[in-house]
Design a protein around this ligand. Structure first.
Ligand SMILES: N[C@@H](CCC(=O)N[C@@H](CS)C(=O)NCC(=O)O)C(=O)O
Length: 202
C-alpha cells in the first residue's frame, strides 16, 4: 500500500503525524499539486476528488479523505488509539475534530486559496472571501484559548487526532501570516506541548 501526498500540504501532514503516533511505516508517493499532477486522468481514475492525501491499497482500492484514511489505520492497528477509547471519548474526539475542521482548517484553507491565487489555474479566487475567512480563523483562537485554560488537550488529558488536526491547521495558518496572539497563553502552551511530540516532524 502507499499514500499519495504532498509534503508541504496540511491534510497529508495530518495523516503522516497520525501514522507516526501509531508507529506505522508507510510508502509515500509525492504529488506536485502546484503543477497539477493531481489532476491527470490517471489520478482522477484513482481519486475522483483529485485531493491529497489518498491511500491506495495493494488490491488497488483507493481511500480518500484524511479522516477516512486515519480511520482505516485505527481499525487495523488498535494500539495507541487516537480516535477515542470509550463511547464518550469517541464522540468527544469527533466533536472536536469537526469543530477544528469547520472553524479553523477550512477557513485557513479558504484564506490560502482565495488570497494567494495558488490554485488560480483550477478555481476562481475571491480575495474578499479569503480575507473574511482568515479573520474568522483568528476569532476562533480566542475560543480555543479559553478551552485550554481548563484542559491539556482538546479532549481532557487525552491526546487525539483532533489535536493533530489543530496543530496542522495552526502551522498551515502561518503561510497566510495568521499566528496565535501572544496573549493566548493557554493555546500557546498547548501548541508547545503538541509541537514537541516527535510525530510533529513526520
Ligand atoms: N477533505 C479532504 C481535503 C483534502 C485537500 O483539500 N487537500 C489539498 C491539499 S491539503 C489538495 O489536494 N489540494 C489540491 C487541489 O485543490 O488541487 C481531506 O480531508 O483529505
Amino acid at each position: 500500500m502507499k499514500i499519495y501526498q504532498t509534503h508541504m500540504a496540511p491534510n497529508p501532514r495530518r495523516v503522516r503525524m497520525f501514522l507516526a503516533e501509531k508507529n506505522i511505516e508507510m510508502d509515500y508517493q509525492e504529488v506536485d499539486i502546484a503543477a497539477g499532477d493531481n489532476l491527470t486522468p490517471e489520478m482522477r481514475a484513482k481519486n475522483p476528488t483529485t485531493k491529497v492525501p489518498f491511500l491506495e491499497l495493494d488490491d488497488g482500492t483507493c481511500i480518500g479523505e484524511t479522516v477516512a484514511i486515519c480511520r482505516y489505520f485505527e481499525e487495523i492497528k488498535s494500539e495507541n488509539p487516537l480516535m477515542g477509547r470509550t463511547a464518550l471519548e469517541k464522540a468527544q474526539v469527533e466533536m472536536w475534530q469537526r469543530r477544528i475542521e469547520f472553524h479553523l482548517l477550512l477557513p485557513v484553507s479558504m484564506c490560502f486559496v482565495h488570497t494567494t491565487g495558488y490554485f488560480k489555474d483550477r478555481m476562481k479566487p475571491v480575495v474578499e472571501w479569503g480575507d473574511i475567512s482568515g479573520q474568522n480563523a483568528v476569532t476562533y483562537f480566542e475560543e480555543l484559548n479559553e478551552h485550554f485554560s481548563q484542559s491539556s488537550y482538546l479532549v481532557d488529558d487525552y491526546f487525539s487526532i483532533a489535536d493533530i488536526t489543530l496543530l496542522c491547521s495552526i502551522d498551515f495558518a502561518r503561510v497566510v501570516k495568521i499566528r496565535i496572539n501572544e496573549e493566548y497563553t493557554h493555546l500557546l502552551d498547548w501548541y508547545a506541548r503538541v509541537s514537541s511530540r516527535s510525530s510533529a516532524s513526520a
